[in-house]
Design a protein around this ligand. Structure first.
Ligand code: PA5
Length: 508
């Protein structure tokens, strides 16, 4: 790990003083007193101690294999020791753990961060909107962090494309963009540069904006050396000099040793964030704090999940009650299954928006099959709130919490009490629960929690004996799709259309 830089440390200490830290309360992973059920997923002290020991071993291993050099050692690979996909390793491939040290290192690149901030301010001034194109790890946390940081909207509107092929959404976005006064900036993000959904989006977006005479600057965030996007970026005039100083260019790429779902702390997220107005130093500091000081916490949380998984948990339900946190939760839903769903193993991850879903899935979680643990995400201070007006019509009996009452409650407090009620109810009904609390929705705390999740997800995979940083399963549908699109030749097209026909799906 890198040497401590005093200036950065002072800044981080100030952020901790100002915002506090993220907490994970795991007491609800144990059974409530008097709870009777032979088959429950609740863990015991012994389960936890065993899982914790494994987590600590894997944590030590993860750190020992960590490689902060940009491209990894030529013969390094993730050796899983006890079996799994990459037991033989892949010599020549870097160990994908660059994210462990990236935020700390980048905080020392002061000029890069300053120049990027200036570029972000300028882009926000020059253009009417910013279109981000990407999918999976090259997308989810960007929207997640922007929405959580700016619930009422950013200084210029953001649009996200490339993460689906849904024509009606394209139409809606193109129609909105056509109404804008100034030109539109575009940021295409793809490490491989060959992912089909963003590649299609780039073609469509460039074509449409050109035909509206609204195409502004185009930025490409990709691999430093290879890939379709890197090869064509310069010839197409992407990353124009007027916005990108030499210092930005020096660092503006996705390192070989950082995989998609860990990459939002790199230029993948840094450019959109600075255009949105997010403080990059605060964001990187929060993430760095997690890598520096919360690894044991992440290991303990992973141990609790692993112990419940061993008892039969198949789902981790991510519950939250603040609407602007949804896309951030979707970032965790992207992270965990893509890290851990391999070799017939892994925890399924679901999202649950309360109190809305208390009126749907809540029924199943409480009273249906018990195969889930539930992780509740509380935001302590939302920074926006409402008092409840008193009413002459008190048939709903709410005057007791309204203005003028002895103990009036605000909307956000009521929201948190409701989610606390769901936590208690589900726990008492046999669901192991964890309560995560973020002090507020600021970049420092949001990135800190994301760091804990990144570290925990990687560790959980190692505990399962799989490689958490690859995603071999994603290739399957692509291969079939390429055949169905005719990209692999007439013969394979015919063959795969026939397969569909045999299933009665020939109308597609
Ligand atoms: O986490 C991952 O590695 C994936 O979700 C990738 O981010 C996703 O497949 C997009 O890949 P790329 O950035 O190469 O277009």
């Amino acid at each position: 790990m890198m040497q401590k830089n005093t200036g950065i440390q002072v800044y981080i200490d100030d952020c901790v003083k100002k915002y506090g830290t993220v907490t994970y309360n795991m007491k609800g992973m144990y059974a409530p007193q008097g709870f009777k059920s032979g088959q429950s997923l609740f863990i015991t002290e012994r389960d936890f101690a065993e899982a914790r020991e494994l987590a600590r071993q894997k944590s030590e291993y993860l750190l020992s294999s960590a490689d902060s050099s940009e491209n990894g050692k030529p013969d390094s690979f993730l050796d899983l020791r006890d079996g799994g996909t990459d037991t033989e390793g892949e010599p020549g491939k870097p160990v994908m753990t660059g994210w462990l040290s990236y935020a700390g290192e980048t905080l020392t690149h002061e000029k890069f961060l300053q120049d990027l901030k200036q570029a972000g301010d300028r882009i926000a001034r020059d253009f009417s909107a910013f279109v981000v194109i990407g999918i999976g790890g090259s997308y989810t946390n960007i929207e997640g962090i922007i929405n959580a940081s700016y619930p009422s909207g950013t200084r210029i509107p953001f649009y996200f494309l490339g993460q689906h092929l849904s024509a009606e959404r394209y139409k809606k976005i193109f129609s909105e963009l056509s109404q804008m006064n100034k030109k539109i900036a575009v940021n295409v993000i793809s490490k491989s540069g060959t992912t089909t959904e963003p590649a299609l989006a780039l073609r469509l977006v460039l074509d449409k904006l050109n035909s509206m005479n609204k195409l502004g600057a185009v930025f490409a965030t990709t691999d430093p050396e290879k890939g379709a996007l890197r090869e064509s970026a310069a010839a197409r005039g992407f990353n124009p000099e007027e916005y990108f100083t030499d210092e930005i260019k020096r660092h503006f790429y996705i390192r070989a040793n950082i995989g998609g779902r860990f990459s939002v702390i790199t230029p993948v997220g840094l450019l959109p964030f600075t255009v949105a107005g997010i403080d990059l130093n605060a964001l990187l500091s929060g993430y760095h704090y997690a890598m520096d000081s919360l690894k044991n916490l992440a290991a303990d949380v992973a141990a609790c999940k692993y112990a419940a998984y061993k008892k039969g948990a198949v789902n981790a339900i991510l519950s939250y009650n603040v609407a602007c946190f949804r896309e951030k939760i979707l970032g965790f839903r992207q992270l965990w299954p893509e890290c851990n769903g391999k070799d017939g193993k892994g925890l399924n991850v679901m999202e649950e928006f309360y109190t809305s879903d208390a009126h749907s899935n809540g029924q199943l979680i409480k009273s249906g099959i018990k195969n889930s643990i539930e992780i509740f995400h509380f935001i302590q201070n939302l920074g926006v709130d409402f008092t409840i007006p008193a009413s002459d019509y008190n048939n709903d009996k709410l005057n007791v919490i309204a203005e003028g009452a002895k103990n009036p409650l605000t909307l956000h407090t009521i929201n948190n009490r409701f989610m606390a009620a769901l936590l208690l109810d589900h726990w008492k009904s046999g669901v192991p629960v964890i309560a995560v609390t973020l002090p507020s929705l600021n970049p420092f705390s949001i990135a800190m929690q994301m760091g804990v999740e990144h570290y925990g997800a990687a560790l959980f995979g190692l505990m399962l004996g799989i490689n958490p940083v690859n995603q071999p399963g994603v290739q399957g549908y692509k291969e079939i799709a390429f055949k169905l699109l005719g990209m692999k030749g007439e013969g394979l097209l015919e063959e795969s259309l026939k397969e569909l026909k045999n299933l009665g799906l020939d109308a597609l």
